[in-house]
Each structure stands twice: as structure tokens, then as C-alpha cells.
Design a protein around this ligand. Sequence first.
Ligand SMILES: Cc1ncc(COP(=O)(O)O)c(C=O)c1O
Length: 364
Amino acid sequence: MQEGFHGSDIEAVAARYGIDEKEIISFSSNVNPLGLSKAFRTQAAAVLDCITGYPERDYASLRKALSSYTGVSPSHIIPGNGSTELISGFAKCFENCRALIVAPAYSEYVRSVCLAGGTVSFFELEEKENFEFDAQKLAAAIDDETDIVIICNPVNPTSTALSNTELEKILQKAGDCGAVVLVDETYVEFCDMDRFSCAALTEKYDDLFVIRSMSKFFSCPGLRVGYAMTKNEKLIKKLESLRDPWSVSSFSEKAAVILLSDSEHIRASAGYIDEERRRVCALLDELEGFGLKYYRPCANFVLCRIDNEKKSATGLFEFCIKRKLMIRDCTGYGSLDGRFFRFCFMDEKSDDLLISAIREYLAE
Ligand SMILES: Cc1ncc(COP(=O)(O)O)c(C=O)c1O
């Protein structure tokens, strides 16, 4: 299947299938189904005038808001134009490096490392281990040749996660080998944060660089705001020296501060996903008899496998898109073959529609 038609590009899918984009329910974008915070909707107009000026050069207000949200010192926080800018910025700091990437993985890591002249090797999470992390094995794969280690936690696309206590084993080994560890926590707010977020570890480990995106949890991918957390002064200086000033717009800066202050929406979002994840998993359990396996999800999406030779993820994608439901066909996503697909949790009604469509496809 051509790039973009597997559920990663809604415009391409809408054009190809002749569907109005607005009518498609996207189960592939992994965006919070509760949408934008109400506080933001009411306050946004009042900050519009800020675009007549440049953003703060050092983003002091945004860093302060991010500091109260994360508990990390403002001087250890670097805002970026989405986490994407910070992933590529990080890679540029390690020109011609050797990167060890936990796979299957979000494709931007490989692209960024290769664009910066680096080489990549993979640490594969294994299907026979239900894509669960084995911290000991991962630590053993790091050696003196490794410059950087990249871990998406929880992992896109498997939705499995590494606890912060297990991560410490990896940080210790990386420290011994002189490697820097990037942890991409784009989906961590949908998980049990106390167990899985390693933001607090940035105060303990110098060679830890944690990235977060506001796109998914705050339902604002168009705003383009992400941030990095590290106490590594050398890395902060290098990153700042390599990138353009004002990469986060003055509106995005103000919007992010408002979004971060809406603790009610933040609590409601985490609570909703926690419940909906349980509810959908119970429905998926019922599909086992139809040849569907899924991997225990920690985040707001789930990876599934179809165990029926006559069926495929691409077939399911085609079946669902005719019903205006867009899943992510994971065929060719790293080492994943034509049996794998991923979908995120939406509102109950939409999720029920999707589960019925999956059941119908597997049973037909
Ligand atoms: C794991 C992961 N990291 C980063 C990003 C990019 O996020 P942003 O919108 O902040 O650039 C995505 C987007 O899908 C993602 O899945």
C-alpha cells in the first residue's frame, strides 16, 4: 500500500476513497478524544493580540508554566515547535553518531539520526514477549560504541511501556558507556504517570533527555508545541545554538500556558482514557474467538494482530474506511507484518462502531 494510504495521512485517505475528511473518525491520530480544553476556548480570543509581537526570546513564561506542570526546574526545560523539532535538534547535536533505537518505533527517530549523518541499529521488542521491555537485555545491547539510545515510552505503536525503575538500569549502563538517552514521552500522560514518567529522573541523571509533545494529550497538533527536559547544560547550549530563534509562535506560547493551567481538563482526560481503555480491552477479549490478539495497552491506543490467514490489516483498513472509520494499518511499520493494526480510544459510541466493524470483518 502506498505511503499515506494506511491511515497516517487523513487528507490522502479522504481523497483516495472520495470521503469528506470531516466525516472520517480518525482512530489513527492518537489525539485525546475529549478535545480542546474549555478554558482555552473561552480565553483564546483574549490573547490573540500577542501575534502583533515576537514571542519572549527565552520563553520564560512558558518554561515557568511547564515547570509547575512537570516539577522540573524551568532552566532545565526547552520548548520546541512540536516534539518533532526537538527530536531533530537532539540528533543534530550528535553528528555522525551511532544510535541504538528501540523498535518498532516512530519513524522520525531514524530520519533525524540519518539526516545528521548518523547510523542506526535497532533493539527489537519481540512479539513472542508481547512487545514488553526487558530492561536487562536493552542495557546489555548498549556498549562503548553507542552514542545515543532512543526509547519511545510508552511505545508508538505497541503501547507497551518501561517503568522508571527499570529505566534506571538502562541509564546506569548508558552512563558507564558515555551514551545519552532520549526518552520520548509523547503519550505518557495517558498512562500511569507515577510509574512510567521519568521526568523527575532528569534531576538525577545528566545524560537523560526527555521529550514531551502537547499535540496528543492536549488535543492541539496544529499548535506545534513540545518541550524537552534535561539538566545537561552542554546539551542545552548546543541545542539552542543549532536552532532558529522564536520557533514557537507567540500565540502557541500563550495557548500552551492556558492549556497547562486547566487541571480539571487534564484530570478528566487521564481518567476518561483509563476507563475507556479498560472498557475497550474487555470488548477486545470477546474477539479472541474470531482470531484477534491484542497487546496489553498502557497508552491511549492499542496494537492488535489478526490471526486468520484469509484476513489482513490492509483488508480491515479497507473494510473500515468504507464505514468512515480510519484505523492505522501497521503493515511495514518497522518489523510488523500484514497482520498488525493499531487504533486509539475515542468516544464510547465511536469505539463501539469500530469494534462492531472489526467483528464483522473477522466473521464474514
Ligand atoms: C512517538 C511520537 N513522538 C512524537 C510525535 C510528534 O509530535 P509533535 O506533534 O509534538 O511533533 C509523534 C506524532 O505522532 C509520535 O507518535
